[in-house]
Ligand binder design. Structure first.
Ligand code: FAD
Ligand code: FES
Length: 284
């Protein structure tokens, strides 16, 4: 059992939890993730660690409420316990001194990219954050990631913060701006909606910029046993939970991933409807 020592709502559908998990906090690195199971018989869900505190023995996760399991997790309060927290899982980010690195993140991207930005900065890279969301209020935790980025560029679908448009526009502008100064991005790291990562990858391929994408397939066990997280990389099958979740973006079959992510939509809706009926809408 893992105690929630802090809980804070950052937006009406996004909350932060700090979990007491000393063994995980000791080893966690950027790129790793956890698998949480809220109670006996509940679904397992993969969640990234947005920050950790090795001294306190805690890990911080930021969660967007979208379906049955994230709604169930949202009902837990400070002092409550999560039945299982397994991790660190997956391969850690390959951090080295690349030079100038662009981090392109969207959706719940900032918390997902925070530790990557931190470790890249610590390795001596110049980190440029290019971050997008539908509206300004969904850009949670921006001040955290800003401390690791020399520059933060924002965009929103409605123009409420930064450029009105998508992260791909930010990336193209940054590449053009650097080119005028005879400079370039030496590496791009991208995390967020799969469709966004697909288009980011098309741009970086065109400009010959090595790119790492953090993939988000459906995961069940998180240990390479069930096959749920199968992705195709360079024509070969890989399991994102053990071989990734970060891969050379130029080799990822994004169209297959997009199709696979959509295949359980009906079951997810049925599960959510059943849960809402059972709990009588008591969750937030
Ligand atoms: C490596 C990794 C790290 C992640 N980190 C975070 C994070 O830090 N914060 C966060 O809010 N979300 C994160 N996610 C996504 C999170 O796992 C899903 O939002 C969650 O599982 C949805 O469950 P649900 O029952 O609430 O929604 P559902 O209604 O079951 O599903 C809604 C959508 O969530 C995705 N999803 C559902 N089940 C899974 C699953 N078992 N594995 C992966 N994706 C699933 C699918 O795209 C699905 O269409 C991460 C996913 C991966 C793969
Ligand atoms: S989640 Fe089961 S093999 Fe990756």
């Amino acid at each position: 059992m893992y105690e929630i020592v802090k809980k804070e709502w950052l937006h009406e559908v996004i909350f932060l939890i700090e979990i007491k998990a000393p063994a995980i906090a000791k080893k966690i690195r950027a790129g790793n993730f956890l698998v949480l199971r809220m109670r006996e018989g509940a679904e397992r869900i993969p969640i990234t660690v947005a920050e950790y505190n090795r001294e306190k023995g805690t890990v911080t996760c930021i969660i967007q409420v979208i379906g049955q399991s994230t709604k169930l997790l949202a009902t837990l309060e400070e002092g409550d316990h999560i039945k299982d927290v397994v991790g660190p899982l997956g391969k850690a980010t390959e951090v080295e001194k690349y030079g100038t690195v662009g981090i392109v993140s969207g959706g719940l991207g900032i918390p997902l990219a925070n530790l990557v930005a931190k470790e890249l900065k610590e390795a001596g890279n110049k980190v440029i954050g290019m971050v997008g969301a539908r509206t300004e209020d969904l850009l949670v935790w921006e001040e955290e990631m800003s401390q690791y980025c020399e520059e933060m560029q924002y965009c929103t679908d409605d123009g409420s913060k930064g450029m009105k448009g998508f992260t791909t526009h930010l990336l193209e502008e940054k590449i053009a701006e650097l080119a005028k100064e005879k400079k370039k991005l030496d590496m791009v790291f991208t995390v967020g909606p799969t469709i966004m990562m697909k288009f980011v990858t098309q741009i970086t391929k065109k400009h010959g910029i090595p790119t790492i994408a953090s993939l988000n397939p459906i995961m069940v066990d998180g240990t390479g046993m069930c096959g749920a997280c199968r992705v195709t990389i360079d024509g070969k099958i890989q399991f994102a939970c053990v071989d990734g979740p970060e891969f050379d973006a130029h080799k990822v079959d994004f169209d297959e991933l997009i199709t696979r992510l959509a295949q359980y939509k009906n079951q997810e809706k049925v599960a959510l409807d059943k849960y809402e009926k059972e709990c009588g809408g008591k969750h937030k």
